[in-house]
Design a protein around this ligand. Structure first.
Ligand code: GLN
Length: 504
């Protein structure tokens, strides 16, 4: 028992699930092991809230289900949630001072589905929540430097960003503080931090997972997904997270819950992988390019064919996204007025001043910037010139993908133009926005996308490859990633093997 438990944090979700099912380790012992590890590694700034009693109670309940023989495949496996999902038993801040001390009366649907189940609905997966994970304020950012609770540090090099906005999720998985985490992706926030931290992450088709209880950033783009250490683990988690939620999220898709592990090992012979010229041209760092090229060679060895394709409006995805996302954010964030949730300014003269002071003090700079941009592009006189134009180009970007999918089954390319940069390394927000170029097109089209580790670049920092496929074909994406991971071992590398070597 002791021998196993000292290595528990090196096991994948699939391996832990097997040990738990075979009762070689208990859920309680597993939870205690990970909680001890979380307590010993606060240097990443990954966790924002822990409630040890809650975690241990959930673990005991999982053990009881195991003893009674009515446990699902993920029962008792620990995970942690991005602090953008509301949770009944843990505080929820969305990385903002505005929600400091906020306690939700309910669990987000995704949290409930992975945990104890949706009240009045299907039973949950029975996973055990370790705590809440740091993220950029209201999920706005690419470096996790916009959190009101401090930046997250990359476990591969503490002086580097873990990426954002799900930086806490990616760092915690990479540092083996949790076997898996939830994240959300509006314009790349699962894929890019997964890439920067050398873990695997998937954003499903828009509408696959319920947005109920996800603190809203840009509602037409926001989507939940898992970060873990392998495509197989992501498939296990995604199967538990997805499914229609018609009473709570009107945009959740009416497609049945799928077992995404079913197709993992399908052969890749004849698979057509599209390589968009716009993703591999100028602006892509040579180290990232080299790792991606090597991964593409591996796919050819696995039987895939590489097909040149074009996504001609790739560059336009930046202005389009940075109009649409702030527009929706400015509307969504109007609810934070000092009355309904969280923070209220201490001193004010009248009601109007209370709103002003609360929002001036409660929001950080990036959030304010986006509220101002969003309000501007929606304002009378500018709506047609900006918002409406952006919506039209968004449609064209989605159409470009459909043209591309006539030629290929899956699209592959880099996740980001560079490896993780230094914390504080980007002095203006525009540089961050530009670095989102390869993740934004898929987000605007609502397509599923994933990131998997394919090597190391400058400073021995991880490089991720992005895979994008057509609507509702997540199982194909996971299959392609899984076959790659069966043939290679980039996904098993850990920060302990890096120059610092201290996170064993
Ligand atoms: N980096 C993008 C932004 O800042 C994407 C964030 C996200 O996906 N939540 O908006």
């Amino acid at each position: 028992m002791t021998q196993i438990s000292s290595d528990l944090h090196d096991l994948t979700v699939a391996q832990l699930a097997t040990l738990l099912r075979e009762r070689k380790v208990s859920a309680l012992e597993t939870a205690e092991h990970f909680l001890a590890r979380v307590a010993a590694h606060t240097e990443f700034g990954a966790f924002l809230d822990l409630q040890t009693d809650v975690t241990l109670a959930q673990a005991r309940a999982a053990d009881a289900r195991l003893a009674a023989g009515n446990a699902g495949p993920l029962n008792g496996v620990p995970l942690a949630h991005k602090d953008i999902f509301v949770t009944r038993d843990f505080a929820t801040t969305a990385g903002s001072k505005m929600l400091k001390g906020y306690q939700s009366p309910f669990d987000a649907t995704v949290v409930a589905k992975l945990g104890a189940g949706v009240p009045g609905g299907a039973i949950g997966a029975g996973m055990v929540t370790l705590g809440k994970l740091n993220c950029d304020e209201f999920a706005m950012g690419s470096a996790n430097e916009n959190s009101a609770y401090g930046p997250v540090k990359n476990p591969w090099d503490l002086s580097c960003t873990p990426g954002g906005s799900s930086g806490g999720s990616a760092a915690a998985v990479a540092a083996r503080l949790t076997p898996a985490a939830t994240g959300t992706d509006t314009g790349g926030s699962i894929r890019q931090p997964a890439s920067f931290c050398g873990v695997t992450g998937i954003k499903p088709t828009y509408g696959r997972a319920s947005r109920y209880g996800m603190v809203a950033f840009a509602s037409s783009l926001d989507q939940a997904g898992p970060l873990a250490r392998s495509a197989e683990d992501c498939a296990l988690l995604l199967s538990a997270m997805c499914g229609p939620d018609p009473d709570r999220d009107a945009t959740s898709l009416d497609v049945p819950t799928e077992d995404f592990t079913r197709n993992l090992t399908a052969d890749l012979t004849g698979l057509r992988i599209g390589i968009p010229a716009e993703f591999i041209g100028e602006g892509l760092a040579s180290d990232v390019r080299a790792a991606v090229d090597a991964a593409l060679k591996e796919f050819e060895r696995l039987g895939a064919k590489l097909v040149p394709i074009s996504l001609p409006r790739t560059e336009l995805s930046i202005p389009v996204y940075y109009i649409i996302a702030p527009a929706e954010a400015s509307s969504n964030l109007s609810r934070f007025d000092g009355v309904k949730f969280g923070f209220r300014a201490k001193q004010y003269t009248d009601l109007n001043d209370m709103y002003l002071q609360t929002r001036a003090q409660g929001f950080g700079d990036e959030v304010k910037r986006r509220i101002m941009i969003g309000t501007y592009v929606l304002s009378h006189g500018y709506y047609d010139a900006y918002y409406l134009q952006a919506q039209k180009i968004r449609r064209m970007i989605a159409d470009d993908f459909q043209q591309a999918f006539k030629l290929c089954d899956v699209i592959a390319g880099p996740v980001a133009p560079t490896v993780a940069w230094k914390l504080g390394g980007h002095s203006d927000p525009l540089t961050d926005y530009l670095a989102d170029i390869f993740t934004l097109p898929g987000s605007l089209a609502g397509l599923p996308g994933m990131s998997l580790p394919v090597g190391f670049g400058a400073g021995k920092m991880p490089v991720g490859m992005q895979l994008i496929s057509n609507y509702l074909t997540e199982s194909r994406l996971l299959n392609v990633a899984h076959r790659f991971q069966q043939a290679t071992d980039w996904h098993t590398a850990k920060p302990a093997d890096s120059a610092q070597g201290i996170y064993r």
